[in-house]
Design a protein around this ligand. Structure first.
Ligand code: GLY
Length: 582
């Protein structure tokens, strides 16, 4: 069933490539047409030898594959995919958001962790999201000009390309420009998501005029969505690089629109944005090295912390998704997420005790508090009673090239379509990443969406993230390149892909498809996907877990590498994704 829908949607979206107009600019490059390709069956990954791209959207994957086929490296392809997704997957792909990119350089055997997370504007302050009564006002942090952080994506892509890529900006951006200018065929996935968001997006005239028809009607599958303003913005960036986005017309359009929507982001803030190269968080798990994103993402720290705890158990023997395995996973997750609420924030503003949290001795102490027969109470574990909230709408892609370089990139606007606000005249959707700060440290708001003191709002600070782009190394070489969207569930989703391969010896398609579980300390319940047996759920309940079966979690885009080649797997949970190699 899922297999059929992926094929159908991919074909619908691929027909967008047939569109061409006389007005096509000489500088644009038409992405190659995808005729027939193999896609992942539920339990069989896609195989290739000379390069692989796994992303959430088929056109973007094909653009990455084209770049690899032209001799580009994984970083060239990653930048091309990043810009393409801003056109083809507007709910998460972006110019107006931010993210994290892990790069493995094969010739130098070097791991790079690029932080292009959004920054708070200069006039941001601790109490900016509180109402007159001192309570958090969710509208301000999510659907208002104040929700918008200074975007980092363009500078992140620019730094990656200029420092680690081999192609010109014009080469890697041309396909995205082509698609924005000439239009994409609306897939059922895009039509559904825009239809569901019409109230929120439609409130902004600048957004409504792009994503809805003149009479306000939704685009239907198969119709063409042209994004001319976005094409112009992409062309400006293609010509001028960072200057084209962080200074001049686009910076002014963004600042003007944010201020008109009640925000405080200025042109000067745009010019202050900086990408930071950080040291990756590195851990080990049963002989493999795990490299992931350091703060201001919590992903790397907690994936290593949880793996350190889980390494104390013979997980393989305990069995995949047995009640005992799920129990120790849930208890490890509970303890890691409790620490997250207290200790994690922007390391340029607060002291995050990374080495203590990922110390194996600390994990051994934590494991001593786990009773095999009985679930802990989160209230007994908790340093505080609060937890930051993140939304689902992020996107991840993984790339490996024939040279052995690897890129694991997760980026986001935060919510689906971010704040929903397009900066007037630019076609650029703006993030609502400011909601990832703690609106009121130490106190749950009406939605229970809070974090700790370390994640309080401050000028030019980066909000805490859960994005977990990860590269697992075997004998010093990339073995698994993975990551996922899913808000607070990103870390546990990525964890399970790694465990499924290393502990349960699954191939990467099986590891991606297997039912997932999640515990995040608070609220104190164990979330599971459909597919766990009633027996297992009953055994977990007998240990004291409050089990809730809920909708699917995550959308991993993963590549595995072994002596026989590259194996790609796009999560079957969401439509329109594609893993493809050459
Ligand atoms: N906005 C989701 C995250 O950064 O984790």
């Amino acid at each position: 069933m899922k297999k059929i829908s992926i094929t159908k949607l991919a074909i619908i979206s691929l027909s967008a490539l047939c569109i061409s107009t006389a007005a096509q600019a000489a500088t644009t490059t038409k992405p190659s047409q995808l005729a027939i390709y193999s896609h992942m069956a539920l339990h069989h990954p896609v195989w290739a030898r000379d390069g692989m791209v796994a992303s959430q959207e088929a056109l973007a994957t094909q653009i990455g594959v084209d770049i690899l086929a032209k001799g580009g490296n994984a970083i060239d392809a990653a930048v091309a995919v990043g810009y393409a997704l801003a056109v083809t997957l507007p709910r998460a792909g972006n110019l107006g958001g931010g993210g994290f990119m892990m790069i493995y350089l094969s010739d130098k055997q070097q791991m790079i962790a690029l932080d292009y997370r959004e920054m708070a504007p200069k006039l941001a302050h601790r109490d900016m999201f509180l109402d007159d009564m001192g309570n958090p006002d969710k509208k301000l942090s999510r659907f208002h000009g104040l929700a918008v952080g200074i975007p980092g994506t363009v500078m992140g892509m620019e730094l990656a390309l200029s420092k680690y890529g081999t192609m010109s900006r014009e080469q890697v951006m041309a396909p995205a420009i082509f698609l924005a200018k000439n239009g994409i065929k609306v897939t059922a996935d895009l039509a559904n998501s825009l239809g569901a968001m019409s109230k929120r997006l439609g409130q902004w005239p600048s957004t409504r005029s792009i994503f809805y028809k003149a009479d306000g009607a939704n685009y239907q599958p198969g119709e063409t969505l042209v994004q001319s303003d976005l094409a112009n913005s992409l062309e400006t960036i293609s010509k001028l690089g960072n200057k084209g986005f962080y200074q001049g017309k686009i910076a002014q359009q963004i600042a003007d629109s944010v201020v008109a929507a009640g925000g405080v982001l200025t042109v000067d803030d745009m010019s202050q944005y900086q990408v930071i190269e950080r040291e990756a968080v590195i851990g080990t798990y049963r002989g493999y090295q795990v490299a992931s994103m350091p703060p201001p993402s919590s992903g790397g720290v907690h994936i290593v912390q949880m793996l350190n705890m889980l390494a104390q158990y013979p997980i393989g023997e305990m069995g995949h998704n047995s009640s005992d395995t799920i129990h120790v996973m849930a208890e490890s997750m509970r303890r890691a997420y409790a620490d997250r609420s207290k200790y994690l924030g922007d390391p340029d503003f607060v002291n995050v005790p990374v080495s203590a949290l990922i110390d194996k001795k600390y994990a051994i102490e934590l494991v001593k508090t786990i009773d095999m027969d009985k679930a802990s109470l989160s209230s007994d574990i908790s340093p505080t009673k609060v937890l930051p909230y993140e939304s689902n709408e992020t996107t991840h892609y993984s790339i490996i090239d024939k040279f052995g370089n690897a890129v694991s990139n997760t980026y986001t606007l935060n919510f689906s379509y971010g704040s929903g606000l397009v900066a007037q005249g630019s076609g650029i959707l703006l993030n609502n990443e400011m909601d990832d700060f703690s609106a009121k440290p130490g106190t749950p708001n009406g939605y229970g969406l809070i974090g700790g003191e370390a994640n309080a709002v401050e000028a030019y600070k980066r909000p805490l993230s859960s994005m977990t782009p990860t590269i697992v190394l075997k004998d010093g070489k990339p073995y698994i390149v993975t990551g996922s969207p899913g808000g607070s569930r990103i870390i546990t989703t990525t964890l399970q892909v790694i465990m499924n391969v290393i502990d349960h010896k699954m191939n990467i398609a099986e590891a991606s498809a297997a039912p997932r579980i999640h515990h995040q300390w608070l609220p104190d319940f164990l979330r599971v996907e459909k597919g766990l047996s009633k027996d297992t759920i009953d055994l977990l309940k007998a240990k004291g877990h409050q089990v809730k079966v809920k909708s699917s979690m995550g959308s991993t885009q993963t590549i595995m590498l072994n002596d026989l080649g590259l194996y790609g797997a796009s999560d079957p949970r969401r439509p329109a994704a594609l893993s493809k190699g050459l």
